[in-house]
Design a protein around this ligand. Sequence first.
Ligand SMILES: NC(=O)c1ccc[n+]([C@@H]2O[C@H](COP(=O)([O-])OP(=O)(O)OC[C@H]3O[C@@H](n4cnc5c(N)ncnc54)[C@H](OP(=O)(O)O)[C@@H]3O)[C@@H](O)[C@H]2O)c1
Length: 208
Amino acid sequence: MRIGIIGAGHVGGTLAQLLAKHGHEVMVANSRGPQTLHGLVDRISGEVSAGTAAEAAEFGDVVVTSVPFGRYPELPTGGLADKTVVDTTNYYPERDGHYPDLDQGSTTSSELVQAHLAGAHLVKAFNTMYWEHLRDYGRQSSAQFRYALPVSGDDDQAKRTVQDLVEQLGFEPVDTGTLADGGRRQQPGSPIYGADLSGDELRSRIRH
Ligand SMILES: NC(=O)c1ccc[n+]([C@@H]2O[C@H](COP(=O)([O-])OP(=O)(O)OC[C@H]3O[C@@H](n4cnc5c(N)ncnc54)[C@H](OP(=O)(O)O)[C@@H]3O)[C@@H](O)[C@H]2O)c1
C-alpha cells in the first residue's frame, strides 16, 4: 500500500520505519521541505521517499497526520477525498495554544481535524503510545501477549483499514467507537492514554 506521512518526527518517523519494514511504499513530509529529510530516508530500509505535505497527501492510499495538533490547520486538504487519514495528534494546550471547545470538552481534537479534512475518512490511532514503545513493542501475531492500540473513527471501512495496519505492526487493535466517543476515550488524561495495556485491559478500562 502507498502511505503518505505528514509529520516526520518521533511518531511519523517511527511509523515510516515500521510501515516500510512491513512492505509498504512510504512518502514522508515535514514543514521544512523534502531536502531536510534525507537523513531519515537514508536510515530507513525499504521503499521510502520524501516529498512536500501536498505530495504526501496525493501519494498515499492512506495518509498519516503526525504534526503537533496546533499545526493541523496547515495540513493540505487536496488529494484526500475518500481516503483513509490516520490522525496521531494529541491536544496539549501548553504546546498548541488553547482551543476553548476542547477545554470545555464540547468536541474532540480529531473531530476538528476531520472538519478541516472534509471528504477524508479520519481514524484516530497510534496516538496513545509513547513513540519509543511504538517502535519497540510490536510482536508477532502468534505471540502470547500483544500490546493493544485503540482505534476510533466514523467510517467502518477506514477503521478496518487502520486496524489491519495496527495488526501488521504487531499490536492488537481495539475499536473505541466514533471520533466523538472514541476520540475522547483516547485523548490525553484518559485511563488508556500512555498506558501500555493488553486488549482485555484496554477494553475493561473503556467500559468504566
Ligand atoms: N512523542 C510521542 O511519544 C507521541 C506519541 C503519540 C502521539 N503523539 C502526537 O503525535 C504528534 C506528533 O508528535 P511527535 O512527537 O512525532 O512530534 P515531533 O517529533 O515534534 O514531530 C513533528 C513533525 O511534524 C512536522 N510538522 C509540523 N508542522 C507541519 C506542517 N504544517 N506540515 C508538515 N509537517 C509539519 C515537523 O516538521 P518540521 O520539523 O520540519 O517542522 C515534524 O516532522 C503530536 O500531535 C503528538 O502529540 C506523540
